[in-house]
Design a binder for this molecule. Structure first.
Ligand SMILES: [Zn+2]
Length: 467
């Protein structure tokens, strides 16, 4: 059977550090980049007799996320002990949620309308950070020794388990980008992969189109780059397809992705859930979120950026709509940057909507777009809109005047540069137009770098053709 009949079955488990002031079960401060082991106490170091006290704000943040993902919010959530033995876990267990998480099934809609199921979202504590030194660089196997920083131990960690609804590597990355944006907009986390405040485990399986049930899946742990996540999924998809077609057994395992070779290597075979011997945490009472709290948090929910994208896209020509609206919203509404990069009339209405200044911009869009297309710097555009916002000046008129003023300032500089570089001018007129770049550079330098190089280019070429 042709390999195109295989379908990717991919789901993400996303871990997010919550942006609380203190840790999940003690009052140690959370401070990224602090000196090692300076934020610890008997609770997060698991001294005998120390008892955990849950962080109320972390619980609220988890519920807020649950509401944003249309999750069922539990009436009664139970913290559970997840037992395993590792140097970064001083208690010998992690406090997590197992059978009764705070947030039950939900869904996340992407801008194109595709819905990704959310299985659950729960609250737990992060482990400490282990640094492996010497020997094989940065890896536990073959290291000479390992160091543990307990500052991170006990950080509130939100785990969002996505359903295996993702069908291409691109869609998986797209989902994660939008989920991240939603998390950032909720104000519950910085969700920065470089800092490790957002990490993802990727589950990859394949099936023949129309096939029911599950084939063994590979879990790729602790991914912290959008690019690598996309590449790891693509690599796992290819390897599994090949294995199935060759009749080889595909074993359920945990894998590491090696970016250098674009290959997956077996990390360890998958522990069964039973291995963790989960049981309800005896030191904590169940969490029963009051209805008033959930109601209040509902009102705290900011508008979804996905809804904004869809609304803006509705105002745009269909062929560019979604991509452009997405770019506008996801780049922090920097509509000017988008307008300047794209140089097209069709972008201006979107820009206007993104800015919430539709009344004033929409009317001026065609005139403004022409000016933007002709020649204008980012600074000039900023200036024009500041002027228009503070008085009865039309931004397009302002820009037209500014452009003329710029040109009249540039002309004497251009004359001076031409006079000072007769050799280059002669070379240019002899047909070697490449030398124009040098002359543009001279004008730019003389103008103190303020001139728009596109304007300089045009004026210089005009001037050189005159004589
Ligand atoms: Zn502590």
């Amino acid at each position: 059977m042709a390999s195109s009949e295989w379908e990717l079955v991919c789901g993400l488990e996303v871990h997010v550090h919550l942006k609380t002031r203190t840790k999940m079960f003690c009052r140690c401060a959370l401070e990224y980049g602090a000196a090692e082991n300076t934020h610890t106490c008997p609770i997060c170091l698991a001294h005998p007799g120390a008892l955990p006290v849950p962080n109320g704000r972390a619980i609220e943040m988890t519920i807020l996320l649950g509401l944003a993902l249309d999750c069922e919010i539990a009436d009664r959530a139970v913290f559970a002990r997840k037992n395993y033995f590792y140097p970064d876990l001083p208690k010998g267990y992690q406090i997590s949620q197992y059978e009764a998480p705070l947030c039950g099934p939900g869904r996340f809609k992407l801008p194109d309308g595709y819905e990704v199921g959310i299985v659950r979202a729960h609250l737990e504590e992060d482990a400490a950070k282990t640094v492996h030194a010497g020997g094989a660089t940065g890896r536990s196997v073959g290291a000479d020794y390992s160091l543990v920083d307990f500052n991170r131990g006990g950080t509130p960690l939100l785990e969002i388990v996505g359903a295996p609804d993702l069908r291409t590597p691109e869609q998986a990355v797209w989902f994660l980008r939008h989920l991240r944006q939603r998390i950032v907009d909720l104000g519950i986390s910085d969700a920065e992969m470089e800092k490790g405040t957002l990490r993802a485990d990727v589950n990859v399986s394949v099936r023949r189109r129309g096939e029911e049930g599950f084939r063994p899946r590979w879990e790729i742990k602790n991914m912290n780059s959008f690019t690598f996540i996309g590449r790891a999924i693509a690599a796992a998809f290819e390897e599994q397809k090949k294995a199935h077609e060759a009749g080889e057994e595909v074993v359920q395992s945990t894998y590491d992705y090696e970016p250098d070779t674009d290959r997956l290597t077996v990390h360890r075979s998958k522990e069964e859930a039973d291995d963790y011997r989960y049981f309800p945490e005896p030191d904590l009472v169940p969490v029963e979120p009051p209805a008033e709290l959930v109601e209040r948090l509902k009102h705290e929910l900011p508008e979804s950026h996905v809804e904004r994208i869809v609304r803006i896209a509705g105002e745009l020509p269909p062929d560019t709509a979604l991509a452009l609206a997405e770019e506008l919203v996801m780049t922090g509404n920097d509509w000017k940057a988008v307008a300047l990069n794209k140089e097209g009339v069709e972008f201006m209405p979107a820009a206007a909507i993104a800015m919430n200044r539709g009344d004033f911009l929409l009317e001026n869009a065609p005139a403004l777009a022409k000016i933007v297309e002709a020649n204008v710097t980012r600074e000039a555009l900023d200036e024009a809109f500041a002027a228009a916002a503070s008085g009865p000046i039309d931004a397009a008129d302002y820009l037209a005047q500014a452009a003329v003023a710029d040109e009249s300032e540039l002309r004497p500089i251009i004359d001076a540069v031409i006079a000072a570089n007769p050799e280059q001018v002669e070379t240019y007129r002899g047909g070697k137009e490449g030398v124009l770049g040098f002359l543009v550079g001279q004008v730019m330098r003389e103008s103190g770098g303020k001139a728009d190089p596109r304007v300089v280019n045009r004026l210089l070429a005009e001037r050189l053709r005159q004589e």
